[in-house]
Design a protein around this ligand. Structure first.
Ligand SMILES: C[S@@+](CC[C@H](N)C(=O)[O-])C[C@H]1O[C@@H](n2cnc3c(N)ncnc32)[C@H](O)[C@@H]1O
Length: 266
């Protein structure tokens, strides 16, 4: 299985972090649910019916080809029309949420295999995308979960993916948390979030603060992207687990072969 030319361009584009894309994604950071001043009150129970129909029509439910076959997700696959279409015909912001990225896969596998890491804990999944890592945390017994992604469509996809896995949707926040006052979390997880140098710098500062103020545990999943491997955060990481990626994930990610879970200890 290989990405169509259009979507191969999208993923390389996304992972090479074009500034225009970054701006477009950041500017879409508005809340999905009208919860007033407390953005993480409520759950992902509201789904715009038109968008729900669009997502259902243009994604495929799959649990194959990832490190976590026990999680079902709605993803963009070769059976979907837009897999073959030119990426610029896609009518919404770039669908990062329609891909289950290698960093998130490793993190989710780790949480499923080590439920003690999350059981009874409050967990924040930043850049949740399809929501798989938040779903893994919920399956492993996390007490409270917040899935955060600045793309409002990701919020809807996460809600659908919770339903697919027979989970009550957990709260979803589509504001940029890096701009908000920090809250205390027992664990913050980030899958494949270090794909852009500016974002990596912002996350690094934010995570340092989280660690020093609240002693929050931070786990990062990454397949060795240059923006991560070459970042100064490398001096503050401890390897927790490394996974060999399944063949379909390798093919979709330009030959990346492994993905690693790191603990951030500044
Ligand atoms: C490469 S995807 C990873 C998704 C998921 N964690 C996974 O591993 O499958 C990165 C995600 O981060 C989101 N994102 C980018 N900047 C963000 C920010 N400042 N806060 C929250 N989410 C952000 C994007 O919308 C996208 O869904």
């Amino acid at each position: 299985m290989a990405l169509s030319p259009g979507w191969r361009a999208f993923t390389s584009f996304a992972m090479n972090c074009c500034g225009v894309l970054r701006k477009a994604v950041r500017s879409s950071g508005f809340p999905l649910f009208p919860w007033g001043h407390c953005p993480w009150r409520g759950t992902g129970s509201f789904l715009d019916p038109e968008m729900k129909a669009f997502l259902e029509e243009n994604t495929e439910v799959t649990s194959r080809g990832s490190l976590t076959p026990e999680i079902q997700l709605r993803l963009l696959t070769p059976r979907c029309k837009f897999w073959w279409e030119r990426a610029d015909l896609w009518p919404h912001s770039d669908p990062y949420w329609a891909v289950y990225w290698p960093g998130g896969q490793a993190l989710s596998r780790y949480l499923l295999d080590n439920p003690d890491v999350v059981r009874g804990k409050s967990v924040l999944d930043i850049g949740s995308g399809c929501g798989a890592t938040a779903i893994a945390a919920k399956m492993s017994g996390a007490l409270t979960i917040l899935a955060n992604d600045i793309d409002p469509i990701a919020g809807m996809a996460i809600t659908l993916n919770c339903e697919l896995n027979q989970l009550n949707p957990f709260p979803i926040l589509t504001k940029n948390m890096l701009d908000l006052e920090q809250e205390k979390w027992d664990l913050v997880v980030l899958g494949d979030m270090f794909y852009d140098e500016d974002l990596a710098d912002s996350l690094h500062q934010w995570l340092k603060n989280c660690f020093w103020v609240y002693r929050t545990r931070v786990l990062i999943g990454d397949p060795g992207r240059p923006q991560f491997s070459g970042h100064s955060i490398q001096h503050q990481l401890h390897k927790v687990a490394e996974y060999s990626l399944p063949e379909p994930t390798r093919q979709e990610n330009n030959g990346l072969t492994t993905s690693t879970v790191w603990e951030f200890q500044p």
